[in-house]
Design a protein around this ligand. Sequence first.
Ligand SMILES: [Zn+2]
Length: 283
Amino acid sequence: MRIGIDLGGTKIEGIALDDSGRELARRRVPTPRGDYGGTVDAVAALVATIESLTGQQGTVGVGMPGVLSRVSGLVKNANSTCLIGRPLQDDLETALARPVRLANDANCFALSEAVDGAGRGERVVFGVILGTGVGGGIVVDGQVLEGRNGIAGEWGHNPLPLPGGDDLPLRPCYCGRAGCIETYLCGPALERDGGAADEAALARYEARLARALAGVINVLDPDVIVLGGGVSKVDRLYSNVPQLWGAHVFSDRVATRLAKHAHGDSSGVRGAAWLWGGPPAIP
Ligand SMILES: [Zn+2]
């Protein structure tokens, strides 16, 4: 049994999957906000509840906002600030008395979609979250690519390519830079520009997304790009953006697919479970 935990800013969700990906149990509890020790205890209690419900012991994978520094082993880049600088992996392993695998929530999204979602059967999957923020994760042959700095796939704070017209002046970003992709492509940016019901705002959004994803295609050349997060509900993106990105990709034709997520809000928690390996034989 694989247990996945999605450690969010307001809730902690847990799921148990059997070897074929069937859901055996699911529970959620509120996050003890600003309370690091309470958060570790809440994860341990949630795992205990799930194991009691299923009558089995499982492996535990945890998706979290932020990443573990490969230098210090401590959490960095987390928006749940009580986690920053904490040895979350060590503390969870102590509380749960077993090894625990942790990954960035965008990486969990990408893994979930690669294993048994919209990227199933593909070798190279780029998962994108277009939500409150913009994140990304890379899965190759069913494995998360973490990268030397733990930031592989984090394209949201790259500059928007070819800014001009309505993109200017460059928008300031909380990270300290200006013109970051996130400031144009996050859900709140689309809302400020007019929202998903505004034709002109959507056209601007699609042009920006196409330029930003073309940069990813030129570097990674994925088989499929899977979109998640609130903006991924806009269906016209999947037909319009691939018509626009070709102008910016260094190839005569672009075979990369743009796909909507298959698991929706469950992708984070399912991907966390698959950190210990996906189904043994994908039919
Ligand atoms: Zn930024």
